[in-house]
Design a protein around this ligand. Structure first.
Ligand code: WT7
Length: 661
C-alpha cells in the first residue's frame, strides 16, 4: 500500500446509521459515555447494578468487589447462582421457552433444531447421568467434543451440577490431552467416537485412549462417548460408556446446584511464554454477567435475531459466545460442525442465506482465506448469495487488516452492517475493547474504545502512562467481573504473568502492544509483546513448539521458533533447527522437515505445525550463548540483516538459515 493510500485508510470513518442508533440498547456516544462515567464515579455501584439486572441469583450478593488479596480479586463473593439455570431455566415460563435455542448444521448440511425447553431437558438428563457416575460439584471434567449440540449439552450439564469443565479443542493431540487431564486432575472425559469435518470422519475417542495410555491420569475414572457416527470405536470395559448407555432411564429433570459466585465454572488452557500451557480459571458469577452483558452491548442482541459465532467450543470464543452468552441472552444461534471451505468456500455465505443469520461473528483469518478463494473462483464470492438478513458483523482473534475489513464490510455486510472488531483474550472472559453497533463510529483496523467499566490504558515497562499517539503495552487498570481468577494450580505464575511487580503489581498486563490514536483515543492492537504467536487466531507459545521439536531427541539438537507475517494466517510459524547429524540439503532436507512437522502435530496438534523449517549447523548466538531471536525474525521475514551482528559467535550460519527448504 502506498503512503497516500494508507493515510486514506486511516481517515475512513463509518459512523452508525441513524436507524442503528435509534434502536440500540446503548444508543449514541453520549449513552456510552454516560455508562463510562457511571463506572468511574461509582465503580462498585455500577457493577452491582448490572449484576442484579443481568444475572439470576439464588442468593443475592451483599459484597461487590473484594480487593483484600489482590490480584486475586473476588466479585459478588457471597452471592450464589447456577450458570446453567441462568442460560436455560431462566427462560422457562417466558415466551423464550418454545423458541429455538440452537440451529445445528452438520458437516454434510443436515439441520437439527432444539428449543430452549428441549435443551433444558437434554442438559438435565445428561447432568443426571454425570451424577450417576459419581461426578460431583468441584470435580473437573474434560470435554473433547466436536461442534455439536451435545458439546454444548456436556458443558451446560457440568455447570448444572457444579463440576468444572475444561474443554480441549478437538484438534489437539493425545499428548496435549494427557497433560491437561493430569494438570486439571480430571475425573472424566466427555468425548465422541469421531468428528465430521470437511467430509472426513476423524477419530476423537482413539486419541483419548492414546492420551490416557500415556500414563499419569490416575484421577480419571469414566469416559463418556457420544456416537457421532455409526462407526464403532474401541470401548474399555468398566471405564468407557456411550451416551445411550448412561442416559437410559435418567430423568430429564435435574435441579441446578447453586454455587458461590467465585466457584470455578471452567478451566481453559492457553499458551503463554513458557512451554507449559496455562489453565486459565474463570468464575461463575462475574463470567456469566459478562457473557450476558456483552451479548446485549456488543451485539445488541434482539428477540428475533439469528446469531452465529463460528468459533469452536474448544476456544474461549466458543465458551462465551456459543455455550453461555447466546443462551443467557435467550437468543437463537447457529452451531456449525464443519469447516468454511467444504464443500466449497461459499459455505458461510450459503449458510447465512439459508438460515437468515442476522449477527455473524468470525475471525479475520477466515475472512482472508475466503477473500482469496473468492478472488480465484467467482462462484464462491459472497455476491452469489442473498446476505440481506445480516445486521451486525463481528471479528475476533487477531487484528483485522483494513483491506480485509473493507471487503467484509462491502461484500458481506453490503455497506450496511457495522463491524464489531472485538479485542479480548482467554483471560478477559469476554470483550473488553470493542465498538458498539449503535454508538461507535468505526475505523477499519481499530477495536476502538473500551467497554464501560474497563479501565484500559497504554503504559511503558514501568507502568507509567504513555500519551496517545505513542505505542506501548496494553493494560487494564482496575479489575473487572469476568477476569481470570488464577492459573489452575499455579497462583505464582498468575501473579508474575499478569500483574508484574516491575509495573507496580496492580495493572493487568494483556501481553499485547497497542497504540491510541492522538485525536480519537481509539485503540489499535499491534500484536503480542511476549513469545506468543497468533496463527489463524490460534494462540501458540514459541517455547511450546521449541520444546516439542527438541523432544525428538533422536534427531534434534536445538530449535528456535519465531513468527513471521502471513497474508492468510496472520502469523506463520518458522522453526530454525540444528540436527544431531550433519545439516541436510535438497530432497533430504524436505523429507526431514516433513517428519518434524508431523512430529509437532503429534506433540501439540496440527495447528502447531511449522510452516517453514530451516536447518543450520548452529543458531545465531551471542558469545554468552543467548539465541538472537531478533535476527531470526528478520531471516524468517526474508529481510536483509541490518542489525549489528558483531557480537555473534558465528555470523556465517545466517546465510545457511536464510535458505528455504
Ligand atoms: C490474543 C488472545 C479473544 C478470543 C480469541 C483469542 C489477539 C484477539 C483481537 C482483536 C487484535 C486480537 C491478541 C490477544 N486478539 N482479538 N480484535 N484485535 N488482536 O483469544 O487465544 O486468548 O488470544 O488474540 O493478541 O492477546 P486468545
Amino acid at each position: 500500500m502506498s503512503a497516500i493510500e494508507s493515510v486514506l485508510v486511516e481517515n475512513r470513518v463509518f459512523p452508525p446509521s441513524d436507524a442503528a442508533v435509534r434502536g440500540a440498547r446503548i444508543s449514541g456516544m453520549p449513552a456510552y459515555e454516560a455508562l463510562c462515567k457511571e463506572a468511574e464515579q461509582d465503580f462498585e455501584g455500577f457493577w452491582a447494578r448490572l449484576a442484579r439486572e443481568n444475572v439470576k441469583w439464588t442468593r443475592p450478593f451483599t459484597k461487590v468487589l473484594d480487593e483484600s488479596k489482590a490480584p486475586f480479586y473476588k466479585w459478588f463473593e457471597d452471592g450464589e447462582l447456577n450458570a446453567s439455570a441462568n442460560c436455560l431455566d431462566r427462560h422457562i415460563g417466558t415466551p423464550v421457552e418454545n423458541k429455538t435455542a440452537i440451529v445445528f448444521e452438520a458437516d454434510d448440511g443436515t439441520v437439527a433444531k432444539v428449543t430452549y425447553k428441549e435443551l433444558l431437558a437434554r442438559v438435565g438428563q445428561f447432568a443426571n447421568a454425570l451424577k450417576a457416575q459419581g461426578i460431583r460439584k468441584g470435580d473437573r471434567v474434560i470435554v473433547y467434543m466436536p461442534m455439536t449440540i451435545d458439546g454444548v449439552v456436556a458443558m451446560q450439564a457440568c455447570a448444572r451440577i457444579g463440576a468444572t469443565h475444561s474443554v480441549v479443542f478437538g484438534g489437539f493431540s493425545a499428548k496435549a490431552l494427557n497433560e491437561r487431564i493430569i494438570d486439571a486432575g480430571a475425573v472424566a472425559v466427555i468425548t465422541a467416537n469421531y468428528q465430521m469435518r470437511g467430509g472426513k470422519e476423524l477419530p476423537l475417542k482413539a486419541i483419548v485412549d492414546e492420551g490416557i495410555a500415556m500414563g499419569g491420569c490416575d484421577t480419571m475414572k469414566t469416559v463418556f462417548v457420544y456416537m457421532r457416527t455409526p462407526t464403532a470405536c474401541n470401548m474399555v470395559a468398566g471405564r468407557d460408556k456411550t451416551f445411550d448407555e448412561v442416559l437410559k432411564g435418567q430423568s430429564t429433570e435435574c435441579a441446578p446446584v447453586s454455587v458461590g459466585a467465585e466457584h470455578p465454572l471452567f478451566i481453559l488452557y492457553t499458551s503463554g511464554s513458557t512451554g507449559k500451557p496455562k489453565g486459565v480459571q474463570h468464575s461463575t458469577g462475574g463470567y456469566l454477567l459478562w457473557a450476558k452483558l456483552t451479548m446485549d452491548w456488543t451485539f445488541d442482541i434482539r428477540p428475533d435475531d439469528l446469531f452465529w459465532c463460528t468459533a469452536d467450543i474448544g476456544w474461549i470464543t466458543g465458551h462465551t459466545y456459543v455455550a453461555y452468552g447466546p443462551l443467557a441472552a435467550g437468543a437463537t444461534q447457529v452451531i456449525f460442525e464443519g469447516i468454511p471451505t467444504y464443500p466449497n468456500a461459499g459455505r458461510f455465505w450459503q449458510m447465512i442465506e439459508k438460515h437468515k443469520v442476522t449477527v455473524f461473528y468470525t475471525a479475520p483469518t477466515a475472512i482472508r482465506s475466503l477473500i482469496k478463494a473468492a478472488e480465484t473462483d467467482e462462484k464462491v464470492h459472497p455476491k452469489n448469495w442473498n446476505l440481506s438478513s445480516l445486521r451486525i458483523l463481528g471479528s475476533v482473534g487477531e487484528p483485522i487488516n483494513p483491506e480485509a475489513w473493507m471487503w467484509y464490510y462491502r461484500h458481506v455486510g453490503g455497506e450496511r452492517c457495522p463491524i464489531m472488531d472485538t479485542f479480548w483474550q482467554t483471560e478477559t472472559g469476554g470483550h473488553v475493547i470493542t465498538p458498539l453497533p449503535g454508538a461507535t463510529p468505526l475505523v477499519p483496523g481499530s477495536c476502538t474504545l473500551p467497554l464501560p467499566g474497563i479501565m484500559a490504558a497504554i503504559v511503558d515497562e514501568t507502568g507509567k502512562d504513555i500519551p496517545n499517539g505513542a505505542g506501548g503495552m496494553l493494560v487494564i487498570k482496575r479489575p473487572w467481573p469476568s477476569m481470570i481468577r488464577t492459573i489452575w494450580g499455579d497462583p505464582e505464575r498468575f501473579k508474575k504473568s499478569y500483574f508484574p511487580e516491575e509495573m507496580g503489581g496492580k495493572l493487568y498486563l494483556a501481553g499485547d502492544g497497542a497504540v491510541r490514536d492522538a485525536k480519537t483515543a481509539y485503540f489499535r492492537i499491534t500484536g503480542r509483546i511476549d513469545d506468543v504467536l497468533n496463527v489463524s487466531g490460534h494462540r501458540l507459545g514459541t517455547m511450546e513448539i521449541e520444546s516439542a521439536l527438541v523432544a525428538k531427541t533422536d534427531m534434534v539438537a536445538e530449535a528456535a521458533v519465531v513468527g513471521r507475517p502471513d497474508d492468510v494466517t496472520g502469523e506463520a510459524i518458522c522453526a530454525f533447527v540444528v540436527l544431531k547429524r550433519a545439516r541436510p540439503a535438497g530432497e533430504e532436507a524436505k523429507a526431514i522437515a516433513n517428519e518434524l512437522r508431523n512430529w509437532v502435530a503429534k506433540e501439540i496438534g496440527p495447528i502447531a505445525k511449522p510452516k517453514d523449517i530451516r536447518f543450520g549447523d548452529n543458531l545465531p548466538k551471542t558469545r554468552s550463548g543467548k539465541i538472537m531471536r531478533r535476527l531470526l525474525r528478520s531471516i524468517a521475514k526474508g529481510e536483509a540483516i541490518t542489525q549489528d551482528t558483531s557480537t555473534l559467535e558465528n555470523p556465517a550460519i545466517l546465510e545457511q538459515l536464510a535458505e528455504k527448504n
